[in-house]
Design a protein around this ligand. Structure first.
Ligand SMILES: NC(=O)c1ccc[n+]([C@@H]2O[C@H](COP(=O)([O-])OP(=O)(O)OC[C@H]3O[C@@H](n4cnc5c(N)ncnc54)[C@H](O)[C@@H]3O)[C@@H](O)[C@H]2O)c1
Length: 443
């Protein structure tokens, strides 16, 4: 085995998706030698050619730079990732998906499969780092699984290192985190984890026990979802009373105990994290004997927030049978191509159920949208999307929609109706232009 300078680690990351690929590229960027493993051969083939399988600002240049520097590699085989070019990975990060099951619990079967394979390929003390978002006690299950398949009794630890990056700003978030949470079961494990993150200058480390680390992630995402649903509920009261939710949010957020972030009213949260983590946390709490009813209410408010859009369109167009609705934006938020659990999916389905023809356009997620939203017309740009439509609905606040020539939008629409689900436009300006304009919690 080749000897490395001991302030840098050999790392293997299993799962090269939004989290695994960004983590791998960024850990290479701070000097470690990283091998990213993914079971999807297409993904690895693309990465080996320098093509990014996901849209993420700044990712391609970090990947290219570190591949060129000989610090970042890609493979399909876990065994190869753990023992790459004569170097043994001392830390193996698990970053595979943990999708929701029908009952809301997290499907951890990919994690179990990976844990078994890690166990079969360990040759010396190894830290297995759980990075995927998982319910509390998953690390305990990984420990038991690895022990069962670790026939050579190689020493190992299982650490929890939940990831807090956001799609769209993932590279920046990973390299400049608010905090790095490390749940370490032993001193030896803590030493390895501290060494890995030491190179990330200025990152505040919170070293704690494994279960607390696991719970921090679910509690954080559920709290952020709660903040969004709270302001969306406030928006409903604003609509009924004549108050302006943006001013209410500003006034609330100026209180440092509350803060400005996550107080933007709109048509609800989506994506691969908030909806599933909220469900999984609710499910886990119930299983442990605590009925976390608040989380159920947060979810219900979010479902209502999505349907707000459909109700506004009905209020303007009456029956939707045979009418045409244009959806501007399909991704769950701007700056990502991720369509998982995007509100647009439920909103389009409801429009279709009511008999409307749907036209949709997204600057980046259009191709991914085609696999989850069926039987709608996918437009070539925003103007094509609204052409001949009875009404336009702003679903995702992409910057390019803020720069549209609204006179041209108006001219393309059959009726001058604009429903703004993200409060992107100025109500007075839109009305001045001649739109019948509605937004969330504003007048
Ligand atoms: N996407 C986010 O913004 C985000 C942020 C923080 C945490 N998380 C959490 O991180 C985890 C991963 O999320 P993601 O968005 O990166 O998912 P993803 O679907 O983009 O990536 C998962 C990858 O794992 C691969 N994979 C699955 N089984 C495998 C196996 N047996 N061996 C090797 N590779 C395998 C898949 O092919 C896929 O490329 C989830 O638990 C998620 O909740 C996601």
């Amino acid at each position: 085995m080749k000897k490395e300078k001991n302030d840098k680690a050999n790392i293997c990351i299993i799962g090269a998706g939004y989290v695994g690929l960004v983590s791998g590229a960024c850990l290479a960027e701070i000097g470690h030698r990283v091998v990213c493993v993914d079971s999807d051969p297409k993904k690895i083939a693309m990465l080996k050619k320098g093509v990014m399988p996901i849209y993420e600002d700044g990712l391609q240049s970090v990947v290219k730079k570190n591949v060129k520097a000989g610090r970042l590699f890609f493979t399909n085989a876990i065994k190869d990732g753990m023992h790459h070019d004569g170097r043994r990975a001392e830390a193996i990060f698990i970053a595979v998906g943990t999708p929701p099951r029908d009952d809301g619990s997290a499907d951890l079967s990919a994690i179990e499969k990976v844990a078994e394979e890690i166990a079969r390929n360990m040759s010396d003390y190894t830290v297995i780092v759980e990075k995927s978002t998982v319910p509390v006690e998953t690390c305990e299950w990984i420990y038991k699984t690895v022990t069962r398949h670790n026939k050579k009794h190689i020493p190992f630890d299982v650490a929890s290192n939940p990831e807090f990056l956001r799609e769209g700003t993932a590279v920046r978030d990973f390299l400049k985190p608010d905090r790095v949470v490390l749940g370490c079961p032993s001193r030896q494990c803590e030493h390895v984890m501290r060494k890995i993150y030491k190179a990330m200058k200025g990152a505040p480390l919170l070293v704690t026990d494994v279960k607390s680390a696991e719970l921090i992630k679910h509690a954080s995402n559920s709290f952020l979802s709660t903040k969004i649903s709270f302001i969306n509920a406030v928006a409903q009261v604003c609509e009924k009373t004549g108050a302006d939710v943006e001013m209410v949010a500003k006034g609330m957020g100026m209180d440092k105990r509350i803060g400005m972030s996550f107080l933007k009213a709109g048509i609800g949260f989506g994506g691969f994290c908030f909806p599933k983590d909220l469900e999984a946390f609710y499910w886990l709490s119930r299983r442990k004997g605590y009925n976390f009813e608040l989380l159920k209410t947060v979810k219900d408010i979010n479902e209502q927030a999505k349907l707000w859009m459909v109700k506004q369109v009905q209020d303007e167009l009456w029956n939707l049978e045979g009418k045409t609705v244009a959806m501007l934006g399909l991704a769950f938020k701007p700056e990502t191509d991720d369509m998982r659990f995007a509100p647009s999916i439920d909103i389009a389905a409801e429009f279709k159920r009511l008999g409307a023809n749907v036209r949709g356009y997204d600057p980046v997620s259009q191709e991914n949208a085609k696999s989850v939203i069926k039987n709608i017309y996918f437009a070539k740009d925003a103007y094509d999307c609204v052409a001949g439509a009875d009404c336009a609905c702003l679903i995702t606040e992409w910057a390019e929609f803020g720069r549209l020539n609204m006179k041209k939008v108006l001219a393309h629409l059959k009726h001058p109706i604009l429903i703004d689900g993200r409060n992107l436009y100025n109500p007075a300006k839109m009305r001045e232009l001649g739109f019948t304009y509605k937004s969330v919690g504003r007048h």
